[in-house]
Design a protein around this ligand. Structure first.
Ligand code: HEM
Length: 347
């Protein structure tokens, strides 16, 4: 068979261990595919979405109920965005729990972390674009957190929202960031991240001398596996999009009304829970930034995995990094569950 464009993205052959599902979980590749789905479905939504406070929620309803296949396209966009966060978090966990961030892959770990942050920001800005009562609390509380940053808070708030409170200028700014600024940054970083994977010698496995097996697979087999994974992910996405609709609520009437649903999107529930403990700057800004700093420092300050232990789960040599990530993940999970419990009690 003559190789096509997709075959040329890979080297002619790679060690079989680099492409085992049980090692990589296929999470990085799935994330790339979800980014592509998001770009295509998001571009289609742009034909109908209107980024003004008076029309935004109505245009989302038009997409959902009146535009042919609009509901499916919107649901695909919504579910691909939620899955991207889950899959990226799983990918990050795989990288730390297998020690794949060790040099020469330290820099690529940071590129990946930047992608994770961008994916969260894309999800949040996209969520706000609904401009309905379901997003009102998170919009007001989230942007107010910016004001609490000492010194630069107020000017940062002004730059982000374009006024003294969220309004038309905020919506158009969030829209521009969502469809332009953040999306371009993700596309550039995904390309750079994938290029670095190749440049750093492919997926982390022990050097040939320390490998137990030297079996290799061809690029044809690799592309076959990737296509299979894409088909499975597409099937899951279509099933979700057909069975479970993305949320909708009545348009925002009054930005100061307190009757709006008081809840952050699921990926910020852990922050919402911490905000109950007091100082919004400490719990809403400083602690999340500290968590990010700890994640970024993992490959630089904690003991690194040894070469012979690469390519397998939970190596002994980087146990401390695994414990640190495990504790962060457990804390975020417990805080999220507490937030969910208190919102069901309140209803
Ligand atoms: C949108 C987000 C992301 C995309 C699209 C993405 C994509 C990929 C792909 C396709 C691979 C190669 C295959 C694989 O390991 O599954 C990879 C590897 C890698 N990624 Fe990511 N990634 C993302 C986020 C992250 C994050 C959050 C981290 C860690 C903080 C990270 C760190 C790495 C590292 C270190 C490698 C090399 C792995 C190895 O050699 O075993 N990536 N990424």
């Amino acid at each position: 068979m003559r190789p096509n464009f997709f075959h040329h993205l890979h080297p002619p052959s790679i060690p079989a261990r680099q492409s085992r599902w049980r090692y990589t979980l296929g999470a990085g590749g799935t994330a790339v595919f979800l980014v592509l789905v998001l770009i295509v479905t998001g571009a289609l939504e742009m034909f109908y979405y209107i980024p003004t406070p008076g029309e935004a929620a109505l245009s989302v309803q038009t997409i959902s109920f009146l535009v042919p296949f609009g509901g499916v396209v919107r649901n695909l966009h919504f579910w691909a965005a939620q899955l991207l966060l889950v899959v990226t978090a799983v990918h990050l966990a795989r990288i730390v729990f297998t020690g794949a961030y060790a040099p020469p892959r330290r820099f690529n770990y940071l590129l990946g972390l930047a992608l994770f942050v961008l994916a969260i920001l894309l999800d949040f800005t996209g969520y706000v674009l609904r401009w309905d009562q379901g997003v009102q609390w998170a919009l007001v509380a989230g942007t107010n957190l910016i004001k609490t940053i000492p010194g630069i808070g107020n000017s940062l708030y002004g730059a982000l929202t374009g006024g003294a409170q969220p309004g038309g200028a905020t919506l158009i700014r969030f829209y521009a960031w969502h469809v332009f600024g953040l999306t371009i940054a993700v596309v550039v970083l995904v390309g750079w991240h994938a290029f670095r994977v190749r440049r750093d010698g492919g997926i982390a496995v022990p050097p040939p001398a320390l490998r137990e097996d030297n079996e290799r697979i061809t690029r044809f087999e690799l592309v076959r596996r990737e296509v299979l994974a894409m088909l499975l992910v597409s099937a899951a996405l279509i099933l979700l999009a057909v069975c479970l609709s993305a949320p909708l609520a009545p348009a925002i009437q009054n930005m100061n009304a307190s009757s709006a649903e008081a809840g952050a999107p699921w990926f910020f529930l852990w922050v919402q829970q911490m905000l109950k403990w007091g100082d919004p700057f400490v719990w809403g800004v400083l602690v999340p930034l500290l968590v990010l700093a700890v994640l970024a420092l993992i490959p630089y300050v904690l003991p690194l995995p040894v070469e012979s232990e690469l390519g397998r789960w939970f190596p002994k040599s980087n146990r401390l990094a695994q414990i640190v990530l495990g504790m962060i993940a457990l804390s975020v999970l417990i805080l999220t569950l507490l937030a969910l419990l208190s919102s069901t009690n309140a209803n």
